[in-house]
Design a protein around this ligand. Structure first.
Ligand code: SF4
Length: 406
């Protein structure tokens, strides 16, 4: 019987938890408030520059899943004829809107005054935001950008086009909320966003250390800062605090496990099961850490932002990121990083309702397995809809994998 250990988590988690609570109070009180999506999204900095409070229905779905409310919300959405094949983030949100219940997690996410969307992510968003437009009747403003299949040979007109789309969206937002977004305000938001990204990149770099200083849940918490608070001083301060503490841990040789305990360094592919984050503790009790994931490393925070070139930086942000690129590019990044992070095993989540991150995943797993000669386990599940999760089946498969790894 493996002993279940209580481990001390890095202290920055408490500061981030306080920021998350504040955010969910702000989305219900601050006006105007806009719904935004979480993919590498240039509208976040624009919203902050316009003093619009952003809210993120996907992040709310994570909170609902962690509070075990998502299964009920997904069921409600399905009762309103939304197919179970639709992303469970989306079903969670629509189910919450149609039947929030008496005590929704975090007190709810509030009603938007504006709907902002970019095409640089997944196609689900368009129908989702379209449904929100129908439900709330609020202005819907979007940025349309091309998909970048080969980042190394991206044509110049992609940038010109994305920059024009961003300028046009800024004009529409100004008109919708009656606020002038000056160049100074936009530059300031992009500069602050750049500082957050710089700390984030240095933070990821430290995950290469042995022992690994942060686990998947710690990094997921820091993702909240990277995505939701990009463009704010609060975001810079929190990311600096996270970075400084992690740097100190690395300098002192402190890890999630001690150097002797850390026996395997695994790669997690796709979104975690938000309702079962304790799974990472289960791996840790068996000597395994997760220094690397495509979800934490490749989707967001990949664009260096320059406050002196705000529109150009925002256009690059819209075009970069894993959700706007090809499967080949994703596999190349995983192979390169798996070597640098000293990965010796793979857990891949074949995500039932996020096909965007699951398409090509089996090929990626085969290529990594063959090229790096490391074992891999594919788990069929869902990121938010807990009804798809079978504890007995998943844990049996994990135990068998761990036995093989030992
Ligand atoms: S399908 Fe995947 S990428 Fe699209 S919204 Fe859902 S989780 Fe995000």
């Amino acid at each position: 019987m493996v002993e279940k250990k209580k481990r001390e988590r890095p202290a920055f988690n408490r500061s981030i938890a306080a920021a998350i609570s504040k955010h969910y109070k702000d989305v219900q009180t601050n006006k105007p408030m806009a719904y935004l999506l979480m993919a590498s999204n240039p509208l976040v900095e624009i919203a902050y520059a316009a003093r619009i409070q952003p809210a993120f229905p996907e992040n709310y779905a994570c909170a609902c899943a962690a509070g075990h409310a998502s299964a009920g919300y997904c069921e409600t959405a399905e009762a309103y004829n939304y197919s179970p094949d639709i992303c469970s983030y989306c079903r969670n949100h629509l189910g919450y809107i149609y039947g929030p219940g008496e005590n929704p997690p975090t007190g709810g996410i509030g009603e938007p005054d504006l709907l902002l969307i970019t095409s640089s992510a997944c196609t689900h968003y368009f129908k989702w935001w379209d449904a929100l437009h129908e439900i709330y009747g609020k202005p819907l403003i979007f940025i349309n950008t091309p998909r970048v299949m080969e980042p190394q040979s991206k044509p110049d007109f992609y940038m010109d086009y994305a920059m024009r789309e961003i300028e046009q969206a800024i004009g529409e937002i100004e008109k919708a909320v009656g606020v002038k977004i000056t160049n100074d305000k936009l530059s300031e938001a992009v500069k602050l966003s750049g500082e957050v990204v710089d700390y984030w990149q240095k933070l990821l770099e430290m995950q290469k250390a042995v022992p690994c200083p942060m686990d998947y849940s710690d990094l997921s918490n820091a993702l909240f800062v990277l995505i939701v608070l990009a463009g704010t001083q609060e975001g810079v301060d929190l990311m600096r605090e996270t970075y400084n503490e992690t740097k100190q841990r690395v300098n002192e040789g402190k890890g999630i496990l001690s150097k002797d305990e850390e026996r395997h360094r695994l790669l997690w592919i796709n979104i975690p099961f938000w309702y079962k984050l304790g799974i990472f503790g289960y791996f840790e009790d068996r000597g395994c850490v997760f220094p690397l994931s495509d979800y934490t490393h490749h989707i967001w925070g990949t664009t260096r932002m320059d406050g002196s070139k705000p529109i150009e930086s925002l256009a690059r942000k819209a075009l970069e990121g894993e959700l706007n690129t090809s499967v080949d590019d994703q596999i190349d990044k995983l192979l390169k990083d798996a070597k640098e992070y000293h990965i010796d095993g793979v857990i891949a989540h074949s995500n039932r309702s996020c096909r965007v991150l699951s398409v090509g995943m089996l090929d990626a797993v085969d290529i990594i397995r063959e090229e790096l000669n490391i074992p891999a386990l594919v788990l069929d599940c869902d990121h938010t809809d807990e009804r798809v999760y079978s504890d007995a089946e998943i844990m049996n498969r994990i135990d068998a994998f761990l036995e093989m790894l030992a």
